[in-house]
Design a binder for this molecule. Structure first.
Ligand SMILES: *Cc1c(COP(=O)(O)O)cnc(C)c1O
Length: 394
């Protein structure tokens, strides 16, 4: 088996051919510094402004509302710290977010609470959804910002962002959404969806790693991210990553134009995958069956260790990811799966399969043939599975 079945598109994606060819001139002949005045500098500057228009058009924003960043994580850090630090002087020191955000949000919130800000972490239902009514009750006079992710990166559930945005608008509180996993999977329109700040990242949508953007609605004031030159209207200094920004522009344009086509193609593949895997004894689907993106399937197999499953899948040429944070060397199961109420031992035996533009029906069939015998082998060796079946543990 030398063919790679890549089912980890929520972790990262391949740079597309169109993105790469759009980028290459800016790594070769058009290498000028965008802040300089001669020809190759002006063309680099023009390319950045074209990319800004492409990103803005994809989410219904104005080009002047788009700021390029070093990654999605940076956009998340900037949104939270930038708003809280700015509004502190007005006595707004409270942040509302959720228990199942990406670490780019959760760890930024933790850092803010160490500085003395207060943070409310909203609960998430067993289906993996945030209740807008909980947002409403959590808002206080000193609330500066609400940050709720658009699409969860592990279980793919789509949050009621427009409803949450409307609640924030009515209460006069700013609303940020981490839309890194939403771009290309759902239609984003920051105006009607009442979004004040939005983070996105290049490498989840076929642009390179190390580039992202923060949308900041006109009139929303936040502290600069980096001090230095006048780049990004003085708010995020540093010579621009021109080629990657050009790649991001093309990637956002393509992703947003193809939402319906992508969903129409991937939904039947995802459903076949979910239905096939649910035939495995005691398999559980994590996250709402319908209110999830077409690219995501996340299941738990009690009695199985996620890491062992991933290694055995890797040996069969399948790249996937598990709910447990094995890469960090920690044995803690995923905070997302715990937030939706899974027990530790169930959360440990989880598998995320994230489909993408390159996924074929043959890939799905191959995975459906490959996984069941692996689960059986792992369960045959598992003392946990044995005790679960002896009725000692449910
Ligand atoms: C990947 C991801 C990020 C981080 O983006 P980077 O560009 O890798 O820093 C943030 N939030 C979510 C939901 C993600 O999936």
């Amino acid at each position: 088996m030398n063919h790679l079945v890549y089912m980890d598109n929520s972790a990262t994606t391949r740079v597309s051919d169109r993105v790469l060819s759009a980028m290459l001139p800016y790594l070769k002949e058009e290498y000028g510094n965008p802040s300089s005045l001669y020809g190759i500098a002006r063309s680099a500057k023009a390319a950045i402004e074209r990319a800004r228009e492409q990103v803005a058009a994809g989410i219904g924003a104005l080009p002047t509302e788009i700021y390029f960043t070093g990654c999605g994580t940076e956009a998340d850090n900037w949104a939270l710290k930038g708003v809280l630090h700015r509004l502190k002087q007005k006595g707004k020191t409270h942040l509302i977010t959720t228990a199942f955000e990406h670490h780019a949000i959760l760890h930024t919130a933790e850092s803010l609470s160490k500085e003395g800000f207060t943070v409310t972490y909203l609960p998430v239902s067993h289906a993996g959804l945030v209740d807008p009514a909980d947002v409403k009750t959590a808002i206080r006079p000193e609330t500066a910002l609400v940050s709720v992710m658009y699409v969860n990166n592990e279980i793919g559930t789509i949050q009621p962002v427009a409803e949450i945005g409307a609640i924030c608008k009515q209460a006069g509180v700013l609303f940020h959404t981490d839309a890194v996993q939403a771009v290309g999977n759902v239609h984003i329109d920051v105006g009607p969806q009442n979004i004040d700040l939005l983070s996105l990242s290049g490498h989840k949508i076929h642009a390179p790693k190390g580039v992202g953007a923060l949308y900041i609605r006109k009139g929303v004031l936040l502290q600069n991210f980096m001090e230095g030159g006048a780049q990004e209207r003085g708010k995020r200094a540093g010579t621009e990553n021109v080629a990657s920004i050009v790649g991001l522009g093309v990637a956002v344009e393509e992703a947003c134009a193809n939402v319906d086509a992508k969903n129409a193609r991937l939904k039947p593949l995802r459903d076949k995958l979910i239905d096939g895997l649910l035939k495995i004894d005691r398999a559980i689907l994590n996250g709402d069956r319908d209110r999830r993106v077409a690219m995501n399937a996340n299941l738990s197999f009690p009695g199985v260790e996620g890491e062992s499953l991933l290694l055995m899948l890797d040996a069969k040429g399948v790249a996937a990811s598990s709910g447990s944070a094995c890469t960090s060397g920690s044995l803690d199961p995923s905070h997302v799966l715990l937030a939706i109420g899974l027990k530790h031992e169930i959360a440990h035996g989880s598998l995320r399969l994230s489909l993408g533009d390159d996924t074929t029906p043959e890939d799905v069939d191959y995975v459906l043939d490959t996984i069941p015998p692996i689960i059986k082998r792992l369960r045959d060796m598992s003392p946990l599975w044995e005790s679960m079946n002896a009725g000692k543990e449910a």
